[in-house]
Design a protein around this ligand. Structure first.
Ligand code: LLP
Length: 432
């Protein structure tokens, strides 16, 4: 459920009409709903309760500081994969003890920062609460860095359960052919090594099998394996007090499709599989929290009559929302002006202005007749939207707006062309 609904003939984010925002901000722009973000946190919390747990929101899904601050104030922690995300999480008020550091390629510099950072970003703090280590090689490096700083790094090992998450190949991570995690069979040896290393403190085990997962079976299989591993590791003398189950629960992108499993049912799988292990649970949802809390609003530039088809050329493009071009992902598209339910639909190709055929949001999509100047909203664009944007074709990054009740605020402004150009340098030898 989200808070984007039609009121008085216009699509609203909570109490604010998207056409009102468009008049102020100009299209294209992203718009996020505070109430929807909060609701998704509540739903996740209810799904996991009463087990002791920490929701570490995957910052990669949407790292805008206002979004992060909204979540931080709701008590949510952060799952980060880079120093940049670490600094964003702290700047938004997420305390270091609620931050877990994931990723296959943590550099030694990033490790040093994460081991010592404080809530104010200064290097004399407690450091993050957990490193999810993805290889034996990373484990050695982390121990060395921690030792050189007089610290011990709290770690889990991310294990790869070789489970097919049955999602898009591009975003599946739990198969043995993926680059992620330590193969299950090697896990006991890596834990044994971890127990020997002076810079390492084992705190738990971690798994993440992929993203936009729409069936519970893969979770059940992976978490069952994790429970078995936890028992075996404990029998070997390791202190496994935390179980990090990753993220990945899917969201409805297409209203006409069957809805993905509810967080409550995901919670039931967790209870069934790892619920009796007396461990603190960590989950890392990104899309579930932010996906349906955001829309991308765009205007029609031209309604172009092609040969046998109509193109709606809109002012958003693949550089603003890359998911359709990159993964052939579906986003529902809705006119901002509420259409008459009896209005005829026509199949149109919705495309952006970028000079590539890939810059196509939808093919033969049935939409009411739209004309130049009309506003449309791409739904479910709050996760992996703005964060994956680029300035391809020298198109400025588009603004982000946060709505709360009847208020809205630009939480990242559109840069000016001057600001864009000033980032480049023409070297002395080219100055004329
Ligand atoms: N934890 C780890 C270790 C991850 O790699 C990810 C996502 C998450 C948590 C959060 O997953 P979520 O709950 O958001 O599904 N750009 C792609 C998605 C890539 C996901 C990468 N990892 C897309 O637009 O669909």
């Amino acid at each position: 459920m989200d808070h984007f609904t039609f009121k008085d003939g216009s699509l609203h984010a909570e109490e604010v009409s998207l056409s009102e925002i468009a008049a102020v901000v100009k299209t294209p722009f992203y718009c996020y709903s505070t109430a929807t973000l909060r609701r998704h946190v509540d739903v996740m919390r209810e799904a996991l309760s009463p087990a002791p747990h920490l929701i570490c929101y995957a910052v990669k899904a949407n790292g805008n500081l206002a979004v992060l601050a909204t979540l931080a104030q709701a008590g949510v922690g952060a799952d980060i994969v880079s120093e940049g995300e670490l600094r964003r999480a702290l700047a938004a008020g997420v305390p270091p003890e609620k931050i877990v550091f994931a990723g296959v390629g943590k550099t030694r510099d990033e490790m040093a920062v994460a081991l010592t950072i404080g809530p104010d970003g200064r290097p004399d703090g407690p450091g993050v609460s957990q490193f999810n280590v993805e290889s034996a090689e990373e484990l050695e490096a982390l121990s060395q860095v921690a030792e050189s700083l007089g610290r011990r790094a709290p770690i889990t090992i991310r294990v790869n359960p070789d489970v097919d998450a049955k999602t898009l190949a591009q975003i599946s991570t739990g198969r043995s052919e993926n680059k992620f995690g330590v193969p299950f069979a090697q896990a006991p040896a890596v834990y044994a090594r971890a127990a020997e290393l002076p810079g390492i403190e084992v705190v738990g085990v971690d798994v993440h099998i992929g993203s936009q997962i729409t069936e519970l079976g893969p979770y059940e299989a992976a978490f069952t394996r994790v429970a078995e591993l936890t028992r075996a590791l404990r029998a070997d003398g390791h202190l496994i007090r935390r179980i990090d189950l990753g993220g990945g629960l899917g969201i409805p992108y297409r209203r006409s499709n069957a809805a993905p499993p509810l967080p409550f049912d995901y919670g039931a799988v967790i209870r069934r599989t790892v619920g009796d292990l007396d461990a603190e649970l960590v989950v890392e949802p990104g899309r579930l929290i932010a996906g349906n809390a955001g829309v991308l609003v765009s205007s029609v530039i031209y309604r172009k009559q092609g040969e046998g088809r109509v193109f709606l050329i809109v002012d958003a493009a693949m550089n603003d929302l890359v998911r359709p071009a990159m993964y052939q992902a579906w986003h529902d598209i809705e006119p901002v002006a509420e259409p008459d339910p009896r209005a005829p639909l026509e199949p149109v190709d919705v495309v952006g202005p970028v000079c590539e055929s890939t810059d196509t949001f939808a093919k033969a999509r049935d939409l009411p007749i739209l004309e130049a100047g009309d506003l449309i909203a791409f739904r479910s664009a709050g996760a992996y939207g703005a964060v994956m944007a680029s300035e391809y074709n020298a198109r400025p990054l588009i603004p982000e707006v946060l709505v709360s009740g009847d208020r809205f605020e630009i939480v990242r402004a559109r840069p000016t062309y001057d600001e864009m150009l000033k980032r480049d340098r023409i070297p002395d030898w080219l100055q004329v």
